[in-house]
Design a binder for this molecule. Sequence first.
Ligand code: PGA
Length: 271
Amino acid sequence: MSSAAPASPAASAKPRGLWLAGNWKMNKGPRETEAFVQELSHGLTGPGPRAGLKHLLFVPTVSLDVAQRAARVLPIPTEIGAQNAHFEKSGAFTGETSGPMLQELGIRWVLIGHSERRTLFGETNASAGQRARALLAQGLNVMLCIGETRVERERDETAAVLTAQLEAALTDDARAYLDGRLVLAYEPVWAIGTGLTATPEQAESTHQVIRKWLWDRHGMEASARTPVLYGGSVTPDNAAALFACPNIDGGLVGGASLKPATWSALLQKSG
Ligand code: PGA
């Protein structure tokens, strides 16, 4: 019996490209960031990820600058992103970082509305939506996280919960940005950091709900152009089956993005 996981579909065969985004959460200061990128570059020597792969790393704020410089040595184009940002450009918002500050570092991507921001730091559908729209208007690219809890799934409320999260963020005035600059990450809260992954069937059918919402609310083009990633205990062993689903455009990965060996295994299999 072979335990080898199948290769992911060719990134170039996915209409919106294949996305692999690491979310380091509150891990890795500048020193560890530099060491990670160096080790990753050594691990990415063989036949590697191919055209169409979009590689992003969402790193802690203090590591953005180092990550941005270090990533230039990687053999694949890599974008560095922030894990949060405020909707105002400046002002009395102690502890926050603004879009223009990130842009000054050359950062183009921001993660918004991660479930940890929602459950641990009081982020609501409305405030996540406000951040997402403001940052898009400021010219940043946004990866907006949505997802239901275990109880909500058991009560068959998944579609209603996701719809409420989407409605709060992607209002009429967000339509202009649905040109590929907004990426959605569907992360069932029960699958984040738990080792429980949605099955490809569960994830694909939920992604279909999201894509249908985009079509009904914002039209065919927005629906066709917006990448929707899956997140929640993605590993090198389960990624290929998830990424082979037609409505899954890649993954947002926490734990498995922290070790260069695991991350390069995921990258080598993607594309
Ligand atoms: P996980 O985290 O891959 O460790 O489940 C995913 C995330 O929180 O984005």
